[in-house]
Design a binder for this molecule. Structure first.
Ligand SMILES: [Fe+2]
Ligand SMILES: [Fe+2]
Length: 289
């Protein structure tokens, strides 16, 4: 089942997807912001490639590789302290996490004036959490277009990749937990039932699980060899916490600045909420005394 990838650890489709100057720059920035997100992006691309082949979907390996590699570039606007947080994010932090599909699409759409990312890449960035996050509409997702199909495949690859990855704040989930999560995702209507059930059937055997685990380890080693390292955080005075500011090309910078402003507003709102909550509690304490 497994073709040798000696000398070419990524495989041809992945290699090509990462070779464009703008794409390469975006990925590099993502790695400087969060190494785990960089590795995750490659792993999701790899898993999606495997599923596309094993399920006989014929969605095009190059297209899948590109959609996978760039699906989470929007994570660049999510501060590290939220991205790498141990335990559950607060409601407000989760609001910020939910920005990443839209931010990712913006970044891809506005990066590079001469080189355009394909429609499927933008769609996968925007729709890979749909309909769970408020990005994309049911019509977009159920349009039966190639973009919708690629996005739905990406949702599955994303869940598998995220759960099986060892991160600074968590160990990989056991395969049976991953399978249960996929199953309940199908039940809740968050995963395409046809694609989801076919994937579950494939995952009953250990071959696919082992091959996914091997590929994921390979992507981790690739990041090591590339020397992907997080840049030191700089103190962002406006936000009042450590945050690496990506020095990316001018167009992407504009996108990031826009998103960062949106982020400040959310956090300010959340701080105002916390202050209000705290004073309400203090008030109650005073009254009960
Ligand atoms: Fe995501
Ligand atoms: Fe992801």
């Amino acid at each position: 089942m497994h073709r040798g990838t000696r000398g070419n650890p990524l495989g041809r489709a992945l290699n090509k997807a990462m070779a464009s100057p703008m794409g390469g720059a975006l990925l590099e920035e993502l790695g400087r912001h969060s190494r785990e997100s960089y590795v995750h992006s490659l792993q999701v691309a790899r898993i999606a490639l495997t599923l596309n082949r094993e399920l006989g979907l014929n969605l095009g390996q190059r297209r899948i590789a590109e959609a996978g590699v760039y699906h989470d570039v929007g994570k660049m606007i999510v501060p590290r302290f939220i991205l790498h947080k141990e335990g559950r994010p607060t409601g407000e932090e989760f609001d910020v996490i939910k920005f990443h599909p839209e931010a990712g699409r913006d970044l891809l759409a506005q990066s590079g004036s001469w080189m355009r990312f394909p429609k499927t890449t933008l769609a996968a960035a925007y729709l890979h959490h749909a309909p769970r996050y408020p990005a994309g509409t049911a019509e977009q997702l159920n349009a039966g277009t190639t973009e919708a199909k690629v996005s739905k495949l990406m949702t599955i690859a994303d869940i598998i990749g995220a759960m099986r990855q060892k991160r600074s704040y968590k160990d990989p989930a056991p395969w049976n937990v991953v399978i249960d999560t996929l199953r309940s995702g199908i039940e809740r209507g968050e995963i395409d039932p046809v694609l989801g059930n076919r994937t579950l059937r494939l995952l009953r055997g250990y071959d696919l699980r082992d091959s996914i685990d091997r590929d994921m380890a390979r992507m981790e080693r690739y990041a090591d060899r590339q020397g992907v390292q997080e840049a030191p955080a700089t103190r962002d005075r406006r936000a009042g916490f450590e945050w690496f500011v990506p020095p990316i090309n001018s167009i992407a910078k504009e996108v990031i600045t826009n998103w960062r402003n949106r982020f400040y507003r959310t956090m300010q709102r959340s701080r105002a909420l916390v202050r209000a909550r705290r004073s309400r509690i203090l008030e109650q304490l005073r009254n009960t005394r």
